[in-house]
Structures are given as C-alpha cells and as structure tokens.
Design a binder for this molecule. Structure first.
Ligand SMILES: [Zn+2]
Length: 364
C-alpha cells in the first residue's frame, strides 16, 4: 500500500514532466519554424541587395573601362571617333600623365586641367570658340580628310568682330634659346601668342613644340624649309611643304594646325593659284599689319622695335586687330628684350591678346 500510495505521486510527477517536456518541444519546434520563415524572408533580400551591388559595381566598372577606353583612343584618324569630340587632348593627357602619375597624386590635384585649345570635329561644325585666345587644331591631316571622305575645305567663316585684339606672332622657330625665353615672358605676362614654325626646326626641337602647345599658344605652319626659291616656284611645291610640315607636327602633338603663314608674306609671292590651292586644302593664311622689323637688314634694337609697334598700332585699321610680326630664332635677342615692353605698350593702348585661328580677321 505504502508503495502504491507512494507510487501515485511519482506517476503524477512523471506525467507532469512528460507534459512539460512535450510543451517545450512544441514551443521549440514552433520557434524554429518561425525563425526559419523569418530568415527565409530576410535572406533573399540580402542576396538580392548583394547582387544589385555587384551589378552596380560591374556596371560602373564597365562604364569606367568604356570611359578609359574612349579616353585612351589614339588621336589617329584610322578609327575616327563616333562622337564629335571637341577635345581629343591626347598630347596633353600624355604630358599630364607623365608629369603627375595618377596613383601618386592626391585626388584634388588629379582633376583634369582645362584644355586650352579646341580640336575641329569631323565636319568643321565647332570652329568658333567664344574666346579668340583659344587655338584651333585638327586631328586629321588634309590628306586623311580626303581619304576618309570628310570635308577638307573649311566652311565659310565669319571673322571675330572683337575690337582691339593684338595677335603676337613669332615666325621661323622654334629654337632652343630665344623661343624658350619668349615662352617664359609670355607665361609671366599671361599672354597667348602664335608661333608659325618651320618643319625642319620642329623636327629638331619637338620638346619646344610641345611646350608651345601645352602652354596654350597657337602653332601655325610656316612650311618645311622656308626656302623662297622652292616655295614660290609652284603652288604644288608650296603645298608639299605645308602638308609635310603638318605630318611632322601631328607626329609630335597628335593634331595639326589649320593656319599657315607664307614665308616673306603673300604679297608679291602668291598668285591666285596659291590662294585657290590653300582654300581647297582647308588652310587659312594670315600675313601681318604690324612689324617690329626684327628680320630686316636694319636689325633694330629693342627700343626701335617698340617704336615701330607704337606707330603702326596708331593706324585706324590696326585698332581692330593688330597682327604683330616678330621672330624667335636664335639671333633675335633684341626681340626678346623688346617683348615685355611691347606687351606693356599694347596693354596701355587697350588691347587684349588673342591667337590666330581661321576666325581671326585678315590684317588688311
Ligand atoms: Zn619666316
């Protein structure tokens, strides 16, 4: 009995424990199911989010690569760009890259500098920068334009109408002594200029050509050898030298000029056939209306050169556009001396400074 009576509470306790155990089990199972369900709802979102992030990054990478590819496109006309770029900038980019490797440059210094020139598009529709101090170049040579079926001749152009713009032009260089000194002065004064360079000198001094270009000055074509006898024996001889010099400049810079200056000037040298030929090949020629006479037999000193500029800029026509002829070869040391004073004089007369482009008004 005692045993039976004792057993009764034991069996009740056991039963209670079993019930409690079952309840806990059920609760665990239910909790597990709820947890699983909750996880199942959350996890796919996380995966989706991860997938979205990856896609965004890969899309960004693809865009980046596309951009890099586009910017790395060579400035050769073999694969003309599908868009109409205003800034091919291959030479400048190369120079900037060489000077400031992106990996070692703080982000704020790594911003691309504004490119101080314009490159003609395929159809010459963008030749009119707002600022007359913006040089204009072409990525295609005239021969390549003809081969690709692109326009070679420039469209009808309205010249700039800005008043009192002085165009300092330096012919016959570049050399390794006076041209760099002239560039130093121009940089110090913040004045742009135009350098009509000779092909064989460009071949000899490509670094000076690059410096002229990168410092925002215009480069013009002044033929290959500057030899009057050859140049003025026939339009074709003149043309060959211009085309050859363009090839040399494009080889150095990735672009070539659209402006030409005839050695000695066109007066008495050019026949109608020369003008027709230059037009057909898309070149614009500018002579000058102010001259320091630094290449004449007189060999004027710096003070006399300044006087010439002063007197000649008093002529009414030259008050609109003063195209000033100077030279930058190694014997023109008086020109280097006169230059800061010439700039000061022109400023005091109210001139601003531009570079020669196809839109520059003719000097007479
Ligand atoms: Zn010359």
């Amino acid at each position: 009995m005692q045993e039976t009576e004792k057993n009764k509470p034991d069996s009740r306790r056991l039963w209670k424990r079993l019930m409690l155990g079952a309840l806990i089990f059920c609760l665990c199972v239910a909790a597990g199911a709820i947890g699983k369900l909750a996880l199942a709802k959350v996890l796919p979102r996380k995966h989706d989010a991860a997938r979205t992030t990856v896609q965004t990054e890969s899309q960004t990478d693809a865009k980046k690569q596309k951009k890099e590819k586009e910017s790395a496109k060579p400035a050769t006309p073999a694969q003309p760009p599908t868009t109409q770029p205003t800034q091919p900038a291959q030479p400048t980019q190369q120079t900037q890259t060489a000077q400031t490797p992106p990996s070692q440059t703080p982000p704020e210094q790594n911003k691309p500098k504004p490119i101080p020139y314009l490159v003609a598009d395929k159809y010459f529709t963008n030749l009119r920068p707002a600022n007359p101090a913006t040089p204009i170049y072409d990525r295609y040579t005239a021969t390549e334009r003809a081969e690709l079926g692109l326009p070679v001749e420039l469209p009808d152009i309205e010249p700039y109408e800005e008043k009192k713009v002085a165009y300092l032009t330096f012919d016959d260089g570049p050399d390794l002594t006076n041209t760099p000194q002239i560039l130093d002065i121009l940089k110090e004064q913040g004045v742009p200029a135009t350098f009509y360079v000779v092909g064989w000198r460009a071949e000899e001094n490509p670094d000076v050509i690059k410096r002229i270009f990168n410092e925002g000055h215009a480069i013009g074509n002044h033929t290959y050898d500057h030899n009057y006898d050859t140049l003025y024996s026939s339009p074709n001889d003149f043309l060959w030298q211009v085309l050859h010099t363009d090839e040399i400049l494009r080889g150095i810079l990735g672009v070539r000029p659209l402006i030409v200056r005839a050695p000695g000037g066109t007066s008495g040298m050019f026949t109608d056939a020369y003008w027709t030929m230059l037009d057909a090949y898309g070149y614009t020629e500018h002579d000058w209306n102010v001259c320091t006479n630094d290449a004449t037999e007189e060999r004027p000193d710096a003070a006399r050169q300044l006087e010439y500029v002063d007197v000649q800029t008093n002529r009414p026509k030259n008050g609109d556009a003063a195209i000033v002829l100077m030279h930058c070869t190694s014997d023109k040391t008086e020109t280097v001396k006169a230059l800061p004073e010439i700039i000061r004089l022109l400023r005091s007369k109210g001139y601003t400074f531009g570079v020669v482009t196809p839109m520059t008004p003719q000097p007479y």
